[in-house]
Design a protein around this ligand. Structure first.
Ligand code: SF4
Length: 362
C-alpha cells in the first residue's frame, strides 16, 4: 500500500482521507457516480476502486460526450459527409465512433473529405480557405465546449462566412443527472460533480438533486486528493443524512460559474429535446442553434436522408452510461471489444468508461 500512497502528491493527506472514507462508509452499500469523463480516467489511473471499502462503489456516468452521442446523430454526420463537395470537421474521438453501418473515419478512408480539428476555429479557417465548398463542424460536448462553438458561430457571422455551418449535437449535464436520479433501476447515493463543466454552470443547476431527490453532490477537482476529498465529503453527508451541493473545487469553480460564457451560449443556442445513447430522449437536454443564426445550422441547411439506426450488437454502453453495470460486466469487454477494435463508443473515446477500465485494469 505504501507505493500507492507515495504516488500521490501528499501521501499523508491521502492516507488520512482514505481512512476517513473507510471509517464513515460503515457496511451499507453506497453507490457514488462520477459524472465527468476526466474523473473516470483519474479514478482508473490511481486505482481508487481497489482502495475503497468493499461496499462503496464508484460508478461512471454519462460524462463522455462522444459516448452519449446517439447513433442517429453519428449517422446524420455520415450522411452529410457523403454530400458532394462537403468537408466535415470534428474532434478526433468522434471520427472513430461507429454509427449504424459506418463511421466518419471509414467515410474518410472511402474518399470523403472528413477532417479532424482541435477547435471549431480550425474549421472556420478551413471554411475561409475553401470558399466554394460547404464546411460543416460536427459539435459534440457539454457546457465546457459550447461557449467555443457559440464564439465560432458569432465569428463566422462577423466574417460573413456563408459556407460554414455547425451540426449541433451539444448537450447539457443537469437534465441527464435528473434522468439518472429518476431511474428506478439505478440507485445513486451521491454525485461527484464535474469540475470543468461547473466552471461554466456554477453549482446552482445541481441543487435539484438535493431538493427533489435528497442526493448530495460535490463539485470536485482532478488531483487525486481532490477526488478523495470529494468522496469523503459525500460519504460524510450520506452518513449524516444531511445532503447538500458542495463546492470542493474552489480554485477552479466559483458558485456562479461563468455568466459571460453562458450569455454567449444563450445568444446562439436554445434548449431542445434530444436523445442520448443509453439514456434515451431527455427533455430540454440538447442545444440547437437559434433561428436568428439558422444559416449556420447544418441540420437546417442540408436535408439529407439518414439511414435507419442499428445499435452495435451486444454493446452495453447504455447500461454503462446509466451506472447499471460496470464495463467488465459487458460480455464483450476485453474480448470482442478492445480499444484497438472497439464495438461501442465507450471503448473508443479516451474518456469512455470502457476504455478507462481497459487501460488501467490490473
Ligand atoms: Fe460496448 Fe465495448 Fe463497452 Fe461492451 S465493452 S459496453 S461492447 S463499448
Amino acid at each position: 500500500a505504501r507505493a500507492v500512497f507515495d504516488a500521490f502528491r501528499d501521501p499523508a493527506l491521502t492516507r488520512a482521507l482514505i481512512e476517513r472514507i473507510h471509517a464513515l462508509a460503515g457496511d451499507r452499500p453506497i453507490n457514488l457516480m462520477e459524472v465527468c469523463g476526466t474523473h473516470t480516467v483519474s479514478i482508473g489511473r490511481y486505482g481508487f476502486r481497489s482502495i475503497m471499502p468493499a461496499n462503496l462503489h464508484l460508478l461512471s456516468g454519462p460524462g463522455c460526450p462522444v459516448c452519449v452521442t446517439a447513433n442517429q446523430d453519428i449517422d446524420r454526420a455520415i450522411a452529410l459527409a457523403r454530400v458532394d463537395g462537403v468537408i466535415i470537421t470534428t474532434f478526433g474521438d468522434m471520427m472513430r465512433v461507429p454509427g449504424s453501418t459506418s463511421s466518419l473515419a471509414a467515410e474518410k478512408a472511402a474518399g470523403h473529405d472528413v477532417r479532424m480539428v482541435y477547435s471549431p476555429l480550425d474549421a472556420l479557417t478551413i471554411a475561409q480557405e475553401n470558399p466554394g465548398r460547404p464546411v460543416i463542424f460536427m459539435g459534440v460536448g457539454f457546457e465546457t465546449t459550447t461557449p467555443t462553438i457559440a464564439a465560432a458561430i458569432l465569428e463566422a457571422q462577423a466574417r460573413d462566412l456563408q459556407n460554414f455551418s455547425v451540426l449541433s449535437v451539444h448537450k447539457t449535464t443537469p437534465p441527464a443527472l435528473r434522468a439518472i436520479a429518476n431511474d428506478p433501476q439505478t440507485r445513486i447515493d451521491g454525485f461527484i460533480l464535474p469540475g470543468h463543466v461547473s466552471t461554466i454552470t456554477g453549482i446552482n443547476p445541481y441543487r435539484f438533486l438535493v431538493d427533489d431527490f435528497g442526493i448530495p453532490g460535490v463539485v470536485t477537482g482532478f488531483e487525486p486528493v481532490d477526488i478523495l476529498e470529494g468522496i469523503a465529503s459525500l460519504v460524510e453527508m450520506i452518513d449524516s443524512g444531511l445532503p447538500e451541493i458542495r463546492n470542493a473545487y474552489r480554485r477552479g469553480v466559483n458558485e456562479d460559474g461563468n455568466p459571460v460564457a453562458r450569455q454567449m451560449v444563450e445568444q446562439v443556442f436554445e434548449p431542445c429535446d434530444v436523445t442520448w445513447r443509453g439514456l434515451g430522449p431527455i427533455p430540454g437536454s440538447g442545444l440547437r442553434i437559434r433561428p436568428a443564426f439558422e444559416t449556420f445550422d447544418a441540420a437546417k441547411r442540408f436535408d439529407v436522408p439518414v439511414e435507419p439506426t442499428v445499435e452495435p450488437r451486444g454493446c452495453r454502453c447504455g447500461d454503462v452510461l446509466r451506472g447499471r453495470i460496470s464495463p467488465p460486466e459487458c460480455p464483450l469487454f476485453g474480448k470482442a471489444c478492445t480499444p484497438a477494435d472497439p464495438v461501442g463508443p465507450c471503448m473508443v473515446s479516451s474518456e469512455g468508461s470502457c476504455a478507462a477500465y481497459h487501460r488501467f485494469r490490473s
